[in-house]
Design a protein around this ligand. Structure first.
Ligand code: C2O
Ligand code: CU
Ligand code: CU
Length: 522
């Protein structure tokens, strides 16, 4: 077995890593939660909840200011047991930030995490990333731009994107997986005039679904097992932090902003009624036109906005959302179920209860054609011994170069065709590119899947798959940004690199670093 120097370092910090190594072959047999049968959560018993909505601490003529504290909190996943989480403001998932397009925000992130991770023992530095946002490099959650416990950092967000579902999550170098698993994930929604004018569900009929999977120890604490650094696959499915919740719905259409915030697991959604999902939005905004699908594949970090029409069912009907899964997940009998929708009442409002044929036909990313691309690049995602690599390189190479190594150097204003390739049959990679959004133009030489026909920033590169995307780098954007696999175990074991638009741009680490909290604030 290949053991890297970093593994040895980790093993000296925590004996648990030594025990975890031989799990590779027996993962599915040994990796369920260790809960006593009587404490195992019952499916569809927990009430569905929505994450809280963040309130600005202050607003001025141009900007909204938020202040969030990353700190421990507790939740109840197994009945009667308390589970420690780490959350923005102590809740997991954290508060949803809701902003209007072109209204900038400054989000202060205060790190009040404890000095050690409860199981893994590491020092929890953080770097908060607003996933999907074209943020300046020094505010993008650059993995090595860390904030230590006792420090804070103000992140500036332009909010220039069209209406979309972004998310913010920890991106601290080497610990993104465990930090996000502890709960440092949340949605960030942008509204705009076009979206608000569409008769699609809004307000209380516009519902975030943040889906993740966990393993619990016998005492209810979160258990981290990464199966020889290949992935974490829990047997308990959470939606907005609750195990297999049941949501009460009226007989009308609802819009769900589905975010896969799992560490590694991918899903394939299906309704037990056989009714379709109407996909209206993808990672970076509304699709040109809705796509009706019976089932769809959903990798880590991807967002899909879907409409489900409950008018088709009588009051009293329960509709279950299933997960049919995909190759190379570790599945359990329990991971086929995700949540239930209980149709409990007639619609109390018929407003915004439609799915127009045209949503956002003018999105410039979706107008790109292969002929626009002046440069073609190929990126191969390969497991090489113990390391996960991109074109043979890892984040360790970026660090070793003092953050000057770049895998690509596109020009501002140019259009490029990027090809992501996964030759293996043994794993899949949800590939994410910071800064930009892209148009998926081909999958294995054929067309993209219907649910991918919208602007995106993450794409599923499955077993033996080659995916091509088109990217326009905006004329006024420059600097270093990350690209990585969003299976957080792959990312932390180094399937991450960077590209630079134009020159290296501002130093992402030293331009506006984290600062210590004033003593009075502690
Ligand atoms: Cu969701 Cu590099 O991040
Ligand atoms: Cu990102
Ligand atoms: Cu991967």
């Amino acid at each position: 077995m290949h053991i890297s120097r970093r593994d040895v370092l980790k093993m000296s910090v925590t004996g648990a890593a030594v025990v975890a190594l031989p799990l590779a072959r027996t993962a599915s047999a040994s990796s369920t939660s260790r809960l006593a049968q009587s404490l195992y959560p019952t499916r569809f018993e927990a009430a569905f909840i929505r994450p809280p909505v963040a309130r600005p601490v202050r607003t001025d003529a141009t900007t909204d200011y938020y202040s969030l504290t990353m700190r421990p909190g507790t939740t109840e996943i197994a009945p009667g047991l308390s589970t420690q989480i780490w959350g923005f403001n102590g809740v997991a998932p954290g508060p949803t930030i809701v902003q209007y397009r072109d209204r900038p925000a400054v989000v202060r992130q205060i790190n009040k995490l404890p000095p050690r991770h409860p199981q893994l023992g590491y020092l929890p530095w953080t770097s908060t990333h607003l996933h999907g946002s074209p943020t300046l490099p020094q505010y993008d959650g650059y993995a090595s731009d860390i904030t230590l416990p006792g420090q804070f950092k103000d992140y500036h967000y332009p909010n220039t994107l069209p209406a979309t579902t972004l998310w913010y999550h920890d991106h601290g170098v080497m610990h993104t997986g465990p930090n996000d698993y502890m709960g440092l994930v949340a949605q960030y929604q942008i509204h705009d005039a076009l979206e608000l004018a569409l008769p699609i569900p809004h307000g209380r009929y516009d519902v975030p679904l943040i889906i993740s999977d966990v393993l619990l120890a016998a005492d209810g604490s979160l258990l981290w097992e990464d199966n020889d650094e290949s992935g974490l696959f829990g047997d308990i499915i959470l939606v907005n932090g609750r195990p297999w919740p049941a949501m009460k719905v009226e007989r009308r259409k609802y819009r769900f902003r589905m975010l896969n915030a799992s560490v590694s697991r991918s899903y394939r959604w299906q309704l037990d009624s056989g009714e379709p999902f109407h996909v209206i939005g993808t990672d970076s905004g509304l699709m040109p036109s809705p796509q009706q699908v019976q089932q769809f594949r959903h990798g880590v970090a991807e967002r899909y906005e879907v409409v489900i029409d409950f008018a088709k069912y009588p009051v009293g009907r329960r509709v279950i959302m299933h997960n049919l899964s995909n190759d190379n997940n570790i599945d359990f009998a329990t991971t086929r179920d995700v949540m239930a929708f209980d149709v409990v009442a007639e619609a109390t409002s018929q407003a915004d209860n439609a799915i127009p044929d045209s949503l956002n036909p003018g999105n410039p990313t979706m107008a790109l054609t292969a002929a626009d691309a002046t440069t073609h690049r190929r990126f191969e995602f390969v497991r090489d011994g113990g390391e996960w690599t991109i074109n043979g390189t890892t984040w360790a190479d970026v660090v070793a170069s003092n953050f000057t190594f770049t895998i690509a150097n596109p020009s501002p204003g140019s259009v490029e065709l990027w090809e992501f390739k996964n030759d293996s049959g043994g794993w899949f990679h949800p590939v994410h590119v910071h800064l930009i959004d892209f148009k998926v133009i081909s999958r294995n030489g054929g067309p993209p899947m219907p649910h991918e026909l919208g602007p995106k920033d993450a794409v599923y590169v499955g077993e033996g798959e080659t995916v091509q995307v088109l990217i326009r780098f905006k004329p006024d954007e420059r600097g270093r940004y990350m690209m990585h696999c969003h299976n957080l175990v792959h990312e932390d074991h180094d399937m991450m690199t960077q590209f630079a638009v134009g020159d290296l741009g501002p130093d992402p680490i030293h331009t506006d670093p984290a600062r210590p909290l004033p003593a009075t604030r502690l």
